[in-house]
Design a binder for this molecule. Structure first.
Ligand SMILES: *Cc1c(COP(=O)(O)O)cnc(C)c1O
Length: 362
């Protein structure tokens, strides 16, 4: 069985080296005589794994000591509620930038919980084809936080800047985490579902500045309270043991190829190959404004829904799978996360050329 090029937006490809390493120790991990899946999370073997995962992530992202790293469950979507419940008490209100579907959901969740939240900017009117430019004066100075979604997985946009503000920024980085260096100190909280670029589904990462741990609601569900999780080293209850182990292997893999600087070079090379081709022709249309283009999720259409469909199904026959755009937007989306090899994007571009030549538009 040959592995295909999997362009899924998530869960998505994992590095082959990581899968092979996991396979080699699947049944017996080290001298433990058991699989990581069978281990008590309180055992010394597992304790070493989770501590090592955190240490490797800190090294990779250069996370300062005054930030806590939490390995949680519930997906990024659970954090849509956890964020306001942990932070709003700081001042009683919060600001959101709505640049796509997930930031919209985060905003709505906070509204649903009855909080005073304000959408300070959105690109909804333009189908989220760019990231709104937000200046300091647009953000309420007494907001408890400013929530942003750094990479918009569905629309294929990414922040070309970090908003300038004294308000703590909370960033959903589910689909761009560890794809390139970020200055963690510019953020109060970074969170991410792991299944896009880090590990199998089941793990949610939260990186939170220590001084932001003291504002949780009185009637906070314990499982959503970052402080409880921080005080218990993510072991208040059973953590997602196996995805954390897989994340550790992914962090080691990135460190072994030169860390996030090297990862960025690889990712840029892949994205440039695809965008340069898109810019060089007129058969496919890339709707995203150039300066907001995502390096991880590349969206385009032929302009004909039937041709888009044919493109997706013919590509799949050649082992280029999961190129269908999100159900809410249609078209074509190539998610080219860390684990997608350059050859995968090269094969895709060659297929795009062939498809365009063989399927002239009416
Ligand atoms: C996938 C995704 C989510 C939802 O993640 P879950 O872990 O499935 O809850 C939220 N935000 C972004 C940016 C995503 O890409």
């Amino acid at each position: 069985m040959n592995r295909i090029y999997n362009f899924s937006a998530g869960p998505s490809m994992l590095p082959l080296e990581v899968l092979e390493k996991a396979a080699s120790e699947l049944v017996c991990y080290g001298e433990s005589g058991m699989s990581v899946m069978e281990m008590s999370h309180r055992s010394p073997d597992y304790d070493a794994i989770i501590k090592d995962a955190e240490a490797k992530l800190r090294e990779l992202m250069n996370i300062p000591d005054n930030y806590k790293v939490l390995f949680l469950q519930g997906g990024a979507s659970t954090q849509f509620a956890a964020v306001p419940m942990n932070l709003i008490k700081r001042t009683g209100k919060a600001d959101y930038i709505v640049s796509g579907q997930f930031s919209g959901k985060a905003f709505k969740e906070a509204q649903k919980l009855g909080y005073d939240v304000k959408c300070v900017a959105t690109s909804k009117e333009d189908n989220f084809t760019y990231v709104p430019k937000v200046t300091k004066d647009m953000i309420r100075p007494d907001a408890a936080y400013l929530h942003i979604c750094f990479n918009n997985t569905i629309y294929g946009t990414k922040y070309p800047y970090i908003p300038e503000t004294d308000v703590p920024i909370v960033a959903d980085m589910s689909s761009c985490i560890i794809s390139e260096p970020v200055d963690v100190t510019k953020f109060g909280v970074i969170y991410a579902g792991a299944q896009k670029n880090m590990a199998p589904a089941g793990l949610t990462l939260v990186i939170v500045r220590e001084d932001l741990l003291d504002y949780a609601e009185e009637k906070m569900p314990t499982m959503l309270e970052w402080k409880t999780m921080a005080e218990n080293d993510s072991m208040y209850n059973t953590p997602p043991c196996y995805p954390i182990y897989m994340a550790k292997l992914v962090y080691e893999w990135i460190l072994s190829i030169g860390g996030l600087d090297a990862m960025k070079v690889r990712n840029e090379k892949k994205a440039n190959l695809l965008y340069d081709y898109l810019d060089s022709q007129s058969y496919y249309i890339a709707p995203v404004q150039k300066e907001s283009r995502s390096m991880m999720n590349v969206t385009f259409v032929t302009g004909d829904a039937e041709l888009d469909k044919k493109f997706v199904s013919e590509a799949a026959k050649l082992g280029l799978k999961n190129l269908k755009g999100h159900k809410s937007v249609g078209g074509i989306r190539a998610s080219i996360y860390n684990a997608m090899p350059y050859e995968g994007v090269e094969t895709l571009v060659n297929f795009m050329k062939k498809f365009a030549a063989e399927n002239p538009k009416a």
